[in-house]
Design a protein around this ligand. Structure first.
Ligand SMILES: Cc1cc2nc3c(=O)[nH]c(=O)nc-3n(C[C@H](O)[C@H](O)[C@H](O)COP(=O)(O)OP(=O)(O)OC[C@H]3O[C@@H](n4cnc5c(N)ncnc54)[C@H](O)[C@@H]3O)c2cc1C
Length: 230
């Protein structure tokens, strides 16, 4: 990646963002909407479908609505019947959301991570093309009184007034700031499987582990992508 430097921008700050995941892209949209110049540096060579289903909480959705993305979010959302918390040892169950009972305004937004990611990418590309720089793997940063410089694998750097580390679980920004933090296996595992959407009508009930069977064992449906799979 070639060197880029903070351009004189009428005294406005320039923010560097490491990582074009949900966090980095949403931060970039918020900053640009407020007139703050920024650039997002992503290690991947292309932005493609990654991840499974997610529940977007109502407060998160409000941020995206404020960015003018309500129509896209609503189009991507699957209407949820219920959102339930269930204790593994007693089976005690309570609803965080139940269609027809909970106010509709509290309905969670269920979608694929890839759909949310695409909505954010498209919004950035449409409004501020060129904001996302691919093939830019951050290896660390340095800072002084004049600002911050982010370094990239294979040479090159970029300079700005502030740096946001949105580079995920193995963040190089965090490592530079706090030192290496090796992961710790918590023995909690998540497995995902897919079946064709056309076969989903044969699923009459989502299987759940019986009370007391195993801690943290559960099963949850993942929303369909383009109504082709679930
Ligand atoms: C099984 C599972 C289920 C989940 N379910 C939900 C859910 O239902 N609802 C919910 O809200 N959240 C859910 N989450 C959490 C959610 O997915 C994460 O919190 C979220 O994706 C984190 O976003 P992020 O932008 O911080 O990081 P990421 O999405 O991990 O993005 C990081 C980005 O930075 C890039 N990157 C990494 N290193 C570098 C580098 N050195 N230089 C440049 N770029 C770099 C990566 O390529 C990636 O594009 C779930 C997570 C898991 C694991």
């Amino acid at each position: 990646m070639a060197n880029t430097t903070a351009a004189p921008n009428g005294g406005k700050p320039r923010v560097l963002i490491a990582g074009a995941g949900i966090g980095g892209l949403a931060a970039a949209l918020c900053l640009l909407e407020r007139g703050v110049e920024c650039e997002v540096y992503e290690q991947a060579s292309e932005l493609k479908e990654v991840g499974a289903g997610l529940w977007l909480s109502v407060n998160g959705a409000r941020v995206l609505f404020a960015l003018g993305l309500e129509p896209e979010i609503r189009r991507a959302t699957l209407e949820a019947d219920e959102r339930v918390v269930r204790l593994w040892d007693s089976g005690k169950t309570w609803w965080l959301y139940k269609k027809g009972v909970t106010p509709a305004a509290h309905a969670p937004f269920v979608m694929l991570r890839a759909q949310l990611h695409r909505i954010l990418i498209d919004a950035l590309e449409r409004r501020w093309p060129g904001t996302i720089r691919l093939n830019a793997r951050c290896t660390g940063y340095t800072q002084d009184a004049n600002g911050v410089r982010i370094d990239f694998a294979g040479g090159g750097s970029a300079s700005g007034d502030a740096l946001i580390g949105a580079d995920g679980l193995h963040s190089k920004v965090r490592e530079t700031m706090f030192g290496a933090m090796p992961g710790r296996f918590t023995k909690a595992l998540a497995c995902a499987g897919w079946c064709p959407w056309s076969a989903s009508s044969r699923i009459t009930a989502i299987p759940r582990s019986p009370p007391g069977s195993a801690p943290r064992r559960t099963c949850r449906p993942i929303p369909p992508a383009g109504r082709t799979r679930i």
